[in-house]
Design a protein around this ligand. Structure first.
Ligand code: HEC
Length: 162
């Protein structure tokens, strides 16, 4: 075998191995970054909710309450884009039954996101009315039906906390 031919065959083997390995590496990277972003996204929802509670408790800016409620309303739809099939495991608390057998987001999970949107929209609406007592009541409903209910069914144990 001359040098040129062996260099060529080494090159073709490298290309072949690369072609086989690269898609998995790229998919893993996408999966990991989606999950990392999802965590930040979820924490952001938590901060919006926390902000509303503080504003309510101290009867501060109504305008800000509306802003946070509207942000949560928009985030309910966006949230569904952050659960591609297979984004599970590691530090994630996402549970397997978020997806059906074909890897599609289950209708029950989607329904929870729709509940979140509905309750957030109602919160923004009540906030526009300006009655703190009514806002507080709707905030309680939102936390239950818009957040907790989905966590009860689809968010597993916190592995880190133990
Ligand atoms: C449709 C289901 C669903 C709804 C609705 C929902 N969540 Fe979650 N949430 C999840 C799942 C699933 C996880 C776990 C994600 C993971 O660990 O990969 C999570 C995780 C979180 C986390 C933890 C983030 C972290 O540190 O890992 C916070 C905070 C959070 N959600 C806040 C909220 C708040 C606030 C609301 C309501 C405004 C809400 N969620 C509504 C499904 C939902």
């Amino acid at each position: 075998m001359n040098i040129r031919r062996s260099a060529l065959s080494v090159l073709s083997v490298a290309v072949l191995v690369g072609a086989v390995i690269y898609p998995t590496v790229a998919a893993d990277k996408d999966r990991a970054s989606t999950m990392a972003y999802r965590q930040i996204f979820m924490e952001t929802k938590g901060k919006h909710a926390k902000a509303i509670k503080l504003l309510l408790k101290n009867k501060l800016s109504l305008r800000h309450i509306i802003t946070h409620a509207e942000a949560l309303e928009a985030m309910a739809d966006d949230m569904l884009l952050l659960f591609p099939a297979g984004t599970i495991g590691g530090k994630s608390r996402a549970m397997g039954d978020i997806w059906d057998k074909d890897g599609k987001i289950s209708t029950e999970f989607t329904a929870k996101a729709i509940d979140m949107r509905k309750e957030a929209a109602a919160l923004a609406e009540v906030a526009r009315g300006g009655n703190y007592k009514k806002i507080k009541k709707q905030m309680g409903r939102f936390a239950n039906k818009g957040c907790r209910s989905c966590h009860t069914d689809y968010r597993g144990e916190d592995i880190e906390a133990k």
